[in-house]
Design a binder for this molecule. Sequence first.
Ligand SMILES: Nc1ncnc2c1ncn2[C@@H]1O[C@H](COP(=O)(O)OP(=O)(O)OP(=O)(O)O)[C@@H](O)[C@H]1O
Ligand SMILES: [Mg+2]
Length: 518
Amino acid sequence: MITWGKALGIQTKVTVFIIGVVVSVLSVTTYVSRTLTEQKAEENLRERYINIVKQIDAGIVEIEELRDTRTLQEELEKLLQVRPNIVMVDIFDLTSKKIHLTARKGIEINRLVSAPDSARIEAVKRGEVLTSLEMDGTDRFWNILAPVRIRKEVSGLIRARISTKEFDDLVSEERRQAFLITATAAIAILVFLVWYLRRTVSKPIGILIEAMAQAEAGNLKSQVKSYSSDEIGMLAKQFNKMIHKIRNFNEELEERVQQATKELYHRYDELISVNRRLSEAQIQLAQSERLAAAGQVAAAIAHSIGTPLHSILGHLHRLKRDTSDDKREERLKIIHSQVERVVQIIQNLLDTVRKPAPSMVPVRINKLLEDLLYLVTPGISLRGINVKTNLDPLLPDIAGDVNQLQELFLNLLTNALDAMPGRGELEVNTSFNHSTVSSNESVTITILDNGHGIDEANLQKIFEPFFTTKERNKGTGLGLSICQDITRTHHGEIYVSSHVGKGTTFTIILPVKQHETH
Ligand SMILES: Nc1ncnc2c1ncn2[C@@H]1O[C@H](COP(=O)(O)OP(=O)(O)OP(=O)(O)O)[C@@H](O)[C@H]1O
Ligand SMILES: [Mg+2]
């Protein structure tokens, strides 16, 4: 809500205040001085009117003159011509017992007027001059009763009725002029004040506010030109200094942020490269481990199957040389048993190399996959591969061996990345397969790529140990065989579907709970 205090600017407030004070002071002083002047003028007027009446008195010297109505009327006529404000003059003769009107002149000649009362006549006889102000509507009249002295004796009475109209008109004209002067002075002060305040207060403050608004909007280059050396000028200078400081501080801050960001990018790059080296080292380690294992297997196989193979070879030679050998049946039996032994030895050796006893613990498959994806991030970004994950948030933990499961999925992810040397899409999904029987509950993990795919003929062989299509030293061909083995250990299943040029999908189904192994 806007209050008046807020809505009015300093200029308006100061102007209203000063004008209020000036008008009040001017009005009061004019009123007081006018009242005093008018009172004095009123007194002078009364004196003047009394003097006029005294002049009439001075004109009557002899008692005969007081009684000479004609001459008196003529004299009065002349007087009235020069003093038109005298409305009426009566001259009374007081020498006889009864008061007697001897002359009467004026515009109210036909008005019925009674003689003054005896108290007044007595007062006049004592030499007093009686005056009274009479109001008639808006008109005012001075009634003057004065004695006519003949040789110092009060012999008659002059009653004059004199209009103050001329004086009153003058007074009201003067009042009007005084009011006009006061009003003009107030307007002049107002105009001057508005002009002056605008120049010294409103305009500089407006400029300052505009500069502040610009600074608030982010323009720290705004400066205020200060022309004056008063408080507003100082405020402007202070504002300029402050803005300058803020600008410097901002620039410094920006520079520091830029430096920090650069440093951060640098560290980030370093981290990425360390991560990549780590992941490469891990993959190489896994590869070398597998190669070492394969070497061990090969050596063990060579050592273990050397004897039965020699025996088979010997028996085969003899069978070939002598077809009528009566021990033919026996030899074939031996060959068969030795071949079975070879198979068994290989199987046993593979089992020993591949499978350390699994330790089953609750495993969070989603977390495990996310960690692995993070591990292969360098490989992913290096190849410009886009990764999409669709991990079921309600996926339950499954019982499994963390290391084996890591190896399983790392093999599949590595294969998928190897299948997409250029750009590509890798998708990792998990889902929960509900079942009314809790022992049948399982999770499905699919790893999809849109790499080169596997042709029909190879698809049959990919799970065989040592089957690889990769260059020498790039692949051992044991990855998928190990995957299959690990899935079996977990009582799960592994499927593959692939189209050449379109991509490959590996699907792994793992039970949530592990069955008892018999
Ligand atoms: N996602 C895939 N896309 C295309 N071919 C694949 C994929 N996964 C596996 N293969 C094929 O199956 C073969 C066997 O894979 P496997 O993981 O067993 O061995 P490898 O990857 O060649 O070597 P290793 O995993 O021991 O380093 C691969 O050489 C490749 O031809
Ligand atoms: Mg592989």
